[in-house]
Design a protein around this ligand. Structure first.
Ligand code: ADP
Ligand code: MG
Ligand code: MG
Length: 923
């Protein structure tokens, strides 16, 4: 019989942490905590296989499940000494979802299940605490009504129907907090809730505990496919096939009075990464009270004063968990009448700042190795370190001018400026229109995920550092100020009043997520710490702790990566920035960008519009010294590092004016008639310029252009070398599909190189190679490599030509295509491994087949995308090249690819004995 249910409790569990796939993250860690002796209320987990079965079989369960659940429930009842539905001695349960990857708040938990009218009365007798009993009962009805029976707000400006009833109750009693309501009030609420459920859904509230239980189990499995779970899975690429587990656990009660409470915590600061216990709790509270923001919770440091015994126990558990899991953990706990229980632990979500600090600190603390540290930082997280912060002068000026609206909790660090919107759908809509928005809510809930994603920053009036808003914002890397209680938000009129001012929808505000300040209007930003050290050189590294951590990570990354990282740059200052970010060369210097520079576009246009070779040569002669100067600047900035320079690539019409006034101006400048200019420009028109007269085709038809460019490159190289700086030019011919094209251009390049070396009396080391960017070039790479000394994949064009998709015209269908999963990712962002990737692989193999030492890189924009970098590592490229700001990301991605590769290789080189034996037999 297949096992579907796994019991935990009394110090022993059938599951363990490694069983996340089967038990979900929550279930596996409840089992693990039980096994290492932490106080966990007994319970059992229904495996994710049941979820899979449920969806594969028209929402039914495996036949044996009922009996297995009943048996497991019996075990738990025995451990707890209480029984579900027993009026004298009732056991109450929580029913909790738990997917393999944590999906915070994505699916709903039901507490106090097993409660009904009779049980409530029995429990009053047993505990002598009617307020606790009816508070638990009303919570149960509320959660069950919402999750199982479907009574929730329908309109975006509406508030929760149960909360509405509670609000009315509080108003009629003239009190503010839930805790001000007494037992009779709670009992009344139970009745009102039941009536509301009956009125709005037509369902009676079920009294039988067993049918309550199965209703709840069904709802958890059902919630795997609710809208927000689907949205969350999309956003975080969680496969639908994983399914969720269901955890059924004995209740412990934080709402039994002032000696009870509930809390959530991180073993370190999840925002900054600091090694301090970081969390919040509320006394006389249950479940989501802390995170939901209905009451603003107390910081965990208060607990140290209020209840030192419990605090010490918690602190011991904190350290124990970090040692055991070797990571920063996120924990949930409850105190029942002075006794501590652990209800959850998982690896804690953190900001990029925190991820980096924690990784570095844990290496120093010898909890993890530097390799593990690298594997724990997503390359894209480094972006957050490079993002701007508020300019302190500007911010202080704003504050002095009375623009400080309020202060909240600094829940998600960074600077954000945007226009206020009051609900998630509006945030999405405004963002689509190109607006920057600050999503402003009383509190956020999982329904708001997409709107939060669309916002620059998130501002809430209620909730603490572990509230939904704070948690999700940190994970998304969003700026967030939470629990800003001075805000009076009115969803109905789309306004908020704060300290005597009124802020309307669409007004600009600025959030400092590092300090928690909320300011009116826009506040100017300035570069991040890392940029101030590396680029602006306005900050001493000693005074830059974040920079220090960045540097450590980069040092480790450089130790393990095999791929070199270059940059795409065509200006000396860009090149210098890239070197500061760790670039080891230039992988693509586009010469055409230079032609737009001052004084250059004129002769360039003359060259293009020339009637004869002679005229063209006159114009080219004007361009030569200008290009040479540009190249000298780049060679100097790169100081001995290799520089790949591409000869002219775009269609010529891109350089000439298309409007009449500009054409007239050009005509008079050149001393020819407007008609002539107009007619020459018109003759450059192409139906499909992407596939037209461009790339090396220009150089074959106008060899004097290649000649001039080669001369500029080699004269610059010689001049710089004569000044004592090493140079390593690599001349790259674009758009080669046929080796003869390359051979034609190569001859020119080498001839000019020879001439220049003779004239200048120097010897230059240089390479001539090509871009592989059209399929024929890749397919005939074995021929191309007989001439090319290096390949560089131009994956932008290679993607366009392989897919037959013009990137400029793809907007209309490509995004829907990704939504429809025709392509998993935008192929212009992430290399399409199956299609484009196969061509690349083929080109590598064929090219190295005839020239084993062939140097191969990539210079398309994919060179800065972590997944594409990984692919480049896998197919054995020598380097990737990307924009300067992505260089650190590529370095980390390359290291992670190399570290991951180790595993792959050992797995392949050490096949299991069984497999090896099988293979032998086959032969
Ligand atoms: P989520 O996945 O959204 O974190 P949980 O399943 O952890 O949801 O449940 C939310 C909260 O409900 C927990 O943090 C805890 O406070 C409370 N809770 C869950 N199970 C129990 C239980 N057995 N006893 C007491 N409180 C519980
Ligand atoms: Mg939880
Ligand atoms: Mg190209």
């Amino acid at each position: 019989m297949k096992k579907y249910v796994y019991v935990f409790g009394s110090g022993k569990a059938e599951g363990k942490a490694e069983m996340k796939g089967l038990l979900g993250g929550k279930g596996a860690n409840l089992a693990e905590m039980t096994n290492i002796g932490l106080p966990v209320p007994a319970g059992f987990t229904i495996s994710t296989e049941v979820c899979t079965y449920y969806y594969a079989n028209k929402k039914t369960y495996p036949k044996t499940l009922k009996a297995e659940v009943a048996k497991s429930l019996k075990k738990v009842e025995k451990m707890m000494g209480a029984e579900l539905g027993n009026v004298k001695n009732p056991l109450l349960l929580s029913v909790r979802s738990g997917a393999r990857a944590s999906m915070p708040g994505m699916m709903d938990t039901i507490l106090n299940l097993g409660m009904n009218d009779a049980v409530a009365e029995g429990l009053v007798k047993k505990t002598n605490n009617p307020r606790f009993v009816y508070d638990s009962y009303r919570r149960f009805v509320q959660m069950y009504g919402d999750v199982v029976l479907g009574l929730k707000p329908v309109h975006k400006d509406e508030i929760d129907p149960f909360e509405l009833i509670i609000e009315e109750k509080k108003k009629s009693k003239g009190v503010h907090l839930d805790t001000d309501l007494n037992a009779d009030d709670m009992k009344e609420l139970v009745g009102l809730f039941k009536t509301a459920i009956k009125d709005k859904t037509g369902h009676d509230f079920p009294q039988d505990p067993m049918s309550q239980l199965w209703g709840a189990i069904g709802a958890v499995f059902g919630s795997w496919n609710n809208e927000r779970a689907i949205a969350y899975r999309k956003m975080y690429e969680i496969p639908e096939s994983w399914g969720t587990a269901v955890n059924i656990q004995s209740m412990v009660f934080g709402n039994m009075g002032e000696d009870s409470g509930t809390g959530v915590a991180f073993t370190r600061d999840a925002a900054t990464g600091e090694n301090v216990f970081y969390g919040e709790y509320l006394m006389n509270a249950q479940g989501e009270d802390v995170v939901a923001g209905t009451r603003t919770p107390l910081p965990i440091s208060e607990l140290a004063k209020a209840n030192p015994t419990i605090y010490k126990q918690l602190d011991v558990i904190r350290k124990r968990l970090e040692k055991h899991y070797r990571d920063m953990m996120d924990i949930e706990f409850t105190i029942q009448q002075g006794k501590l229980y652990m209800l959850q632990c998982r690896v804690g979500k953190r900001t990029a700042f925190a991820a980096i600090k924690i990784a570095v600190d844990m290496v120093n603390e010898r909890l993890i190795s530097d390799r593990e540290a690298l594997q724990r930082i997503e390359p894209d997280q480094l972006n957050q370190l490079l993002r701007p912060v508020f300019d302190l002068h500007e911010k202080n000026a704003a504050i002095t001018n009375g623009r400080l609206l309020a202060r909240g909790l600094n829940a998600g660090p960074g600077a954000a400026t945007g226009r206020v919107v009051f609900n998630a759908p509006d945030a999405e809509e405004w963002k689509k229109r190109g607006e920057s928005v600050i999503l402003t809510r009383i509190e956020t809930s999982p329904e708001d995920i997409k709107g939060m994603d669309a916002a620059e920053g998130i501002l809430t009036a209620r909730g603490g550092m572990t509230s939904h808003a704070a948690l999700v914002a940190r994970q998304m890397g969003k700026v967030c100020v939470a629990g800003c209680s001075a805000l009076n938000i009115d969803y109905g009129t789309h306004t908020m009043s704060v300290n005597g001012k009124v802020v309307k929808e669409g007004d600009w505000i600025s959030l400092d997520g590092t300090t928690g300040e909320v300011m009116e209007g826009k506040v100017a930003t300035k570069p991040s710490e890392v940029l101030q050290v590396l680029i602006d050189k306005t900050l001493d590294p000693k005074d830059a702790p974040i920079y220090q951590e960045y540097k450590k990570i980069m040092t480790w990354a450089d130790k393990y990566r095999r791929l070199k990282v270059r940059t795409n740059a065509d200006q000396p200052d860009q090149s210098r920035n890239a070197v500061a970010f760790g670039a080891e060369g230039i992988g693509l210097c586009r010469t055409e960008h230079m032609f737009f520079g001052e004084g250059k576009i004129g002769p360039m246009r003359e060259m293009i519009l020339a009637d004869s070779v002679e005229q063209r040569k006159v114009a080219l002669a004007k361009l030569l010294p200008l290009q040479r100067e540009d190249f000298e600047g780049i060679f100097e900035a790169m100081n001995g590092r290799p520089v790949t320079i591409r000869t002219i690539d775009p269609p010529l019409h891109e350089f000439v004016p298309h409007e009449e006034p500009a054409q007239r101006a050009l005509a008079s400048q050149m001393g020819i008639s407007y008609e002539k200019v107009h007619q020459r420009v018109a003759s450059l028109h192409e139906f499909n310029p992407m596939l037209g007269f461009r790339g090396c085709r220009l150089g074959l038809i106008f060899p004097e252009i290649t000649e001039m460019q080669s001369r500029a490159i080699f004269e610059a190289a010689a001049n710089v070398q004569l000044r004592g700086i090493k140079v390593e030019p690599e001349v790259m011919i674009p758009l080669v599909g046929n080796v003869k094209e390359l051979a034609h251009q190569e001859k020119i390049v080498r001839q000019v190189a020879g001439e220049v070396m003779k004239e200048k009396g120097v010897k230059l080391n240089y390479l001539v190679g090509t871009m592989i960017e059209i399929p024929r070039g890749a397919i005939t790479a074995d021929e191309v490599a007989t001439v090319a000394e290096f390949f560089s994949f131009g994956t932008n064009d290679l993607t366009q030509t392989t897919l037959g998709v013009s990137r400029d015209d793809a907007g209309r269908f490509l995004i829907p295509y990704v939504e429809m999963e025709v392509y998993e990712k935008d192929p212009f962002e992430v290399i399409d491994r199956k299609g484009v990737g196969s061509l690349m692989k083929m080109a590598v193999e064929k090219g190295r087949g005839v020239r084993p030492a062939l140097k191969i890189g990539i210079c398309g924009e994919h060179g800065g995308d972590p997944s594409s970098v990984e692919f480049c590592h896998m197919i054995g490229l020598n380097y990737v090249s990307c924009s300067p700001f992505r260089v650190p990301i590529a370095r980390l991605a390359a290291a992670r690819a190399a570290l991951a590769d180790k595993k792959v290789v050992t797995a392949r080189t050490l096949p299991s004995r069984k497999k090896a034996a099988k293979r032998k037999k086959k032969r």
